[in-house]
Design a protein around this ligand. Structure first.
Ligand SMILES: [Zn+2]
Ligand SMILES: [Zn+2]
Ligand SMILES: [Zn+2]
Length: 328
């Protein structure tokens, strides 16, 4: 037996009051981000590779021969481009919604009793945002632990049945699914403003999630992209979709990084989106990358934060191919 150590909110199951406004700000910005991208993608074309995770923001896919997809040898490692969607820019990371993250663990057999929602939305709920369709147990007494064992969680209470059917329209804004169909194409004169709001919303989400994750625990699997918001992970055995037989499908939980919850999803920065497709070879060293959202917003007319400019190599003039041969 260890000794009982006093826990501070939110590790003791109570809300951290100073982070409640942060959580509301993140959720508001998250909705703006989804709406903004839904509109901008009418005018900023995105391509994704059918065979690997490469994404390219331009009028055509690039011609760099670096595809690692299963049939890449038949294509001399050229990517197999198809039209992309908002999910290629804002990669969906979903997690189970828990009424009580300190309560019963999700078992493999009980996993269908829980909703899957964007992990960022679940983090905001656990940090204090009230969404009636996704109720959350709000404790008035702290849980008590000895070492890693909970000795008092205030009992297990019956989880209210989700009443999603009541007002499903209030939930669609929280998710990227179908985002492009939900919003009309923007007026050309509105595009720079939307681009800037979307860029600012991205920064607000990233900043807020970083802040929330300093106090609220989020777990990520070391073997796949599964994320769990809450202190202990879950026991659904779906790791790597059964590719990891030797682990019996169990996830390997570790503390998550911000990038695992809100992936930057780096893409090549395209200096001339209407120009010829970017090529690899000697030119590649003149290219830089940016988070996909930043690249979309920049191409749509946003001012981007200074911190992204060096990684995008915005200061470097790309020589034409012949010059590049000489430099190489
Ligand atoms: Zn590819
Ligand atoms: Zn896993
Ligand atoms: Zn795997």
């Amino acid at each position: 037996m260890g000794i009982e150590k006093p826990l501070d909110p939110p590790k003791n199951g109570l809300l951290a009051p100073d982070l409640i406004p942060v959580a509301y700000k993140v959720l508001d910005a998250w909705k703006v981000l989804i709406k903004g991208l839904g509109q901008l993608l009418y005018v900023i074309p995105v391509y994704s590779c059918n065979e690997c995770s490469e994404v390219h923001v331009s009028h055509s896919g690039h011609h760099m021969q670096d595809c690692l997809g299963p049939t890449n040898s038949k294509r001399r490692s050229f990517h197999s481009w198809i039209k992309g969607s908002i999910n290629d820019i804002l990669v969906p990371i979903e997690a189970y919604h828990l009424y009580d993250p300190f309560g019963r663990r999700i078992k493999h057999e009980t996993r269908f009793q829980y909703d899957r929602i964007p992990a960022i939305v679940e983090l905001c709920i656990q940090a204090g945002v009230e969404i009636p369709e996704y109720p959350s147990r709000r404790r008035t007494k702290p849980i008590r632990m000895i070492g890693r064992k909970v000795i008092d969680r205030g009992g297990l209470v019956e989880e209210p049945q989700p009443w999603r059917a009541a007002n499903p329209s209030s939930l669609v804004d929280l998710d990227t699914h179908g985002a492009c169909e939900r919003f009309p194409p923007p007026l050309p004169s509105d595009i720079p403003k939307i681009a800037q709001e979307t860029m600012d919303a991205y920064e607000t989400v990233r900043f807020g999630v970083t802040k929330l994750m300093k106090k609220y625990t989020v777990k990520a699997c070391g073997y796949c992209t599964e994320v769990h918001v809450g202190p202990w992970g879950h026991n659904a055995k779906l790791c790597g979709e059964f590719k990891h037989q030797w682990r019996d499908g169990k996830h390997g939980w570790q503390d998550a990084t911000v990038d695992e919850v809100f992936p930057p999803n780096y893409v090549w920065h395209v200096k001339d989106p209407k120009g010829p497709p970017m090529k690899g070879g000697a030119l590649k060293k003149f290219y830089g990358k940016a988070p996909a959202v930043v690249e979309v917003c920049l191409q749509a007319g946003a001012q981007i934060p200074e911190k992204y400019k060096p990684m995008m190599r915005l200061d470097i003039v790309v020589p034409d191919s012949e010059e590049a041969q000489l430099v190489a």
